[in-house]
Design a protein around this ligand. Structure first.
Ligand code: SF4
Length: 324
């Protein structure tokens, strides 16, 4: 199978937390239990708590096997993508099957909203690493920042993080995304810190907006502000490195075709440098690959924080939802 036929597997993408991460999309755009104001995918189009096999697990496995047979060697296989992956009721079966075909560790990037459910906890137990989010220290800011489905209470979400972390045999790395003027102030950081003391994850990673957000009122913090806020945490909390070391170039560039680039940019706006690192290209080769896509109107560029990010143009109804 050529990379062009991949519908659910994308990348590897350069991940600030996971190195070279082969992404697996378990839900279609954009099925999520949250509608975060900072979401890099734009606004949620299907906010739900319904768990079902949104994407057939058998199709994902066929694609993964094909890519691995072509020599893909990412640092992690990451279950994530265009929404909340634990909404896919086949996630447990998928993890077990991946473990049978490869020793590459499996990471689950989740918003953590369903971790209170026993079935979800059970299904994630076979993963190597789970990376949930906690972006607010109280219910009011949870509502403001994450805009959760009405069936998720703040306290139940936090209890899910606590009980899952206690039960999970692998590592839990908690991401805290701080926003300028909202959660990015010492008083709010301290409230989040108190919750982290209850959760006790192995690592805490502080982040801020780094890609075009769903709402133009989701503001990034400067590195200086992030360093200052880090002092509000008594638990060890690291800042996610914005500029990880460039990965060695390894991939067969002949396999990097237009569809593969579009599949990545549909799910994740990237700088030219991101694209180069993710696909194992020289930055000039990545720029050369972007030029015809820009000229054909298949992608567009948006400048955020002084950096141009490239993203695939969506169908008109999706495009209209995304502020530029
Ligand atoms: S950031 Fe994650 S949890 Fe929040 S709306 Fe986007 S996909 Fe959902």
């Amino acid at each position: 199978m050529r990379a062009a036929t991949m519908k659910h597997v994308y990348g590897p993408v350069p991940s600030r937390r996971l190195g070279r991460s082969l992404g697996v999309d378990l839900v279609p755009f954009k099925v999520c239990s949250y509608d975060c104001i900072y979401c890099q995918l734009g606004r949620t189009t299907e906010k739900t708590l319904e768990r079902r096999e949104y994407v057939p697990i058998a199709e994902i496995l066929t694609e993964l096997k094909s890519l691995l047979a072509q020599g893909a060697a990412p640092d992690y296989i990451s279950l994530a993508g265009s929404g909340e992956p634990t909404l896919n009721s086949g996630i447990g079966e998928l993890i077990r099957n991946i473990k049978e075909i490869t020793s590459i560790p499996v990471a689950v990037l989740t918003n953590g909203s369903l971790l209170w459910r026993d079935d979800v906890q059970e299904e994630l137990l076979a993963a190597d690493l789970v990376l949930p989010s906690l972006d607010a220290g109280d219910a009011a800011l949870f509502e403001l920042v994450n805009r959760p489905h009405g069936g998720i209470s703040f306290e139940r979400m936090v209890e899910g993080l606590v009980t899952f972390t206690r039960r999970f045999p692998g590592e839990v790395w908690l991401e805290v995304l701080l926003l300028g003027g909202v959660t990015g102030i010492p008083r709010e950081a301290e409230k989040i810190n108190d919750l982290i003391e209850r959760i006790q994850p192995q690592r805490v990673q502080l982040n801020t907006v780094a890609r075009p957000p769903a709402e133009d009122f989701a503001f990034a913090l400067s590195t200086k502000q992030m360093r200052a806020l880090q002092k509000s945490f008594t638990v060890p909390a690291e800042l996610i490195n914005e500029n990880p070391e460039a990965s060695p170039e390894y991939s067969d560039t002949s396999a990097v075709d237009e569809e593969r680039i579009l599949a990545l940019l549909e799910r994740r706006p990237c700088t030219c440098g991101d694209l180069a690192k993710g696909l194992g290209l020289h930055v000039m080769a990545a720029m050369k690959a972007l030029d015809p896509l820009l000229a054909a109107g298949k992608i567009n560029a948006v400048v955020i924080g002084g950096k141009p990010f490239y993203r695939a143009r969506q169908a008109p109804e999706k495009e209209a939802l995304r502020p530029v």
